[in-house]
Ligand binder design. Structure first.
Ligand code: ATP
Length: 343
C-alpha cells in the first residue's frame, strides 16, 4: 500500500467509460477515506456497476484515473486485487460446489493455504448463518443464502477494501437487515467499503457519505443529513387541544412558509427549515400564547425527497418481501466487451 494514500482508500478522478453509444460514466470524481462506507446511489443504468467494475480492475476507463489503497487500477491491477473483496453479483460462486467448497477454493486460489482456508471458511459460514447448508451445493440455496455466501466469499482474505454492488437487491427485510449489520460491523473493524445501491434507505442506514450519480455524472454528494438539508424544506404538522385564534400568528415567525389550517381548525401545518429544537420552540411559543398542543410532528425530507429534487424522478424504494429472495439474478452476466481475466 502506498503510504501517501493511507488516509484515502479509494479515489476516482474524472472516470469516463462508454459502451457503444451509451456514455455509462461521463467523468466521475469521488474518494473514500479509510474505514468509512461510501454509498454510491443512483437509479438503474446510472453507472454504478461500471464504476465498480473499473475500480475492481474488471473494466478499463476510457479517461480518468482511479486508485485503490493508493495503487493505480489500470497500471497495477494485480496489486489492487490483493487489497480488495468484491461481492454483489455472485460472479465468484460455482453453483455445483457446496458453500464450504466455494469458500475454501477462493481461499486456496488466493494463496491462503489449505488449513487457513478451511478455518476461515468455517468462521464465515458460522458468521453468516450458513452452517446448516454448508455442505449442500450452492445451486439449491435461496437467493438470500447465495447473497450471504457471496459476501462471505468476498471476505475470505480479510480484504481492507470491500466493494459491494447492490448487496441487498432481492433480499427480504430480514436478509437486508442482516447484511446491513454485517457491513456495519466490517466498517467498525476498519474495513473501507464502497457500496452501490438503488435504495435510499440503505444508503441512509449504512453510508458515512453518499455520492448520487445519474446518467454517469455525480449530481450530489454529502452525508445523508447534508443531502436532506440541501433538498429544502421539512414540514411541521400540529394539532391544538382547542382551536386558538392567535395560533397562526404565533407560529408564523418560526416557519418557512404560510401557515395552513385544516378543515379541523385545531390542525395547523407549514413548511419549516428543519433546524434542531424547532418542535420545542413551536410548542413553547404556542404554550406561552395559551394554546395547548396535543400533537406535533416535524417531518424532515427523506433521501427520496432529495432524489426527486435532484432528478425529478423517484429512485427505487426498498422492495416488498413478496418480491424478495431470488428475484434478481446476475443482470450483468455476459455481454461484457472488456472483461479482463482475473488473476
Ligand atoms: P443498475 O442499477 O441497473 O445495475 P448501474 O447504475 O449499475 O445500473 P451500469 O450497469 O453501470 O448502471 O450501466 C450504465 C449504462 O451503461 C447503462 O445504460 C447500461 O446499459 C450500459 N452498460 C453497462 N455495461 C454495459 C456493457 N457491457 N455493454 C453495453 N452497455 C453497457
Amino acid at each position: 500500500m502506498d503510504k501517501d494514500h493511507a488516509g484515502t482508500m479509494i479515489e476516482a478522478q474524472g472516470l469516463a467509460k462508454r459502451y457503444g453509444r451509451t456514455q455509462a460514466l461521463a467523468g466521475v470524481d469521488f474518494s473514500v477515506p479509510a474505514g468509512t462506507i461510501l454509498g454510491l446511489l443512483g437509479p438503474n443504468g446510472a453507472g454504478k456497476t461500471t464504476a465498480v467494475r473499473i475500480l475492481t480492475t474488471l473494466a478499463r476507463p476510457d479517461a480518468g484515473r482511479a486508485t485503490v489503497a493508493g495503487v493505480d487500477v489500470v497500471t497495477h491491477p494485480e496489486q489492487v486485487r490483493r487489497h480488495i473483496g468484491v461481492a454483489g453479483q455472485e460472479a465468484t460462486l460455482d453453483p455445483l460446489l457446496t458453500g464450504r467448497q466455494n469458500l475454501q477454493i477462493i481461499g486456496e486460489l488466493s494463496g491462503m493455504g489449505r488449513a487457513a482456508s478451511r478455518t476461515r471458511a468455517g468462521e464465515l459460514l458460522e458468521q453468516f448463518d450458513l452452517n446448516q447448508a454448508a455442505d449442500r451445493v450452492s445451486k439449491g440455496y435461496s437467493g438470500g443464502m447465495r447473497r450471504r455466501l457471496d459476501l462471505a466469499a468476498s471476505l475470505m482474505t480479510r480484504p481492507p477494501v470491500l466493494f459491494l454492488d447492490e448487496p441487498t437487491t432481492g433480499l427480504d427485510p430480514t436478509g437486508r437487515q442482516r447484511t446491513w449489520d454485517v457491513v456495519g460491523a466490517l466498517r467498525d473493524e476498519g474495513v473501507t467499503v464502497l457500496l452501490t445501491t438503488q435504495y435510499l434507505e440503505e444508503a441512509d442506514a449504512l453510508a458515512d457519505r453518499i455520492v448520487v450519480i445519474d446518467h454517469g455524472t455525480v449530481i450530489a454528494e454529502g452525508t445523508a443529513q447534508e443531502l436532506k438539508a440541501a433538498s429544502g424544506t421539512a414540514h411541521v404538522e400540529l394539532t391544538l387541544a382547542e382551536p386558538h385564534p392567535g395560533a397562526v400568528d404565533v407560529i408564523a415567525p418560526l416557519v418557512a412558509g404560510p401557515v395552513h389550517t385544516g378543515a379541523d381548525p385545531r390542525h395547523l401545518n407549514a413548511s419549516v427549515n428543519a433546524t434542531s429544537g424547532l418542535a420545542s420552540a413551536l410548542v413553547r411559543a404556542l404554550d406561552d400564547a395559551g394554546a395547548l398542543v396535543d400533537t406535533i410532528e416535524v417531518r424532515r425530507p427523506s433521501l427520496d425527497d432529495v432524489f426527486i429534487a435532484l432528478t425529478g424522478t423517484h429512485t427505487t424504494d426498498v422492495p416488498d418481501a413478496a418480491e424478495a429472495d431470488g428475484g434478481e439474478e446476475s443482470r450483468h452476466a455476459g455481454a461484457d466487451d472488456d472483461l479482463e481475466v482475473r488473476a
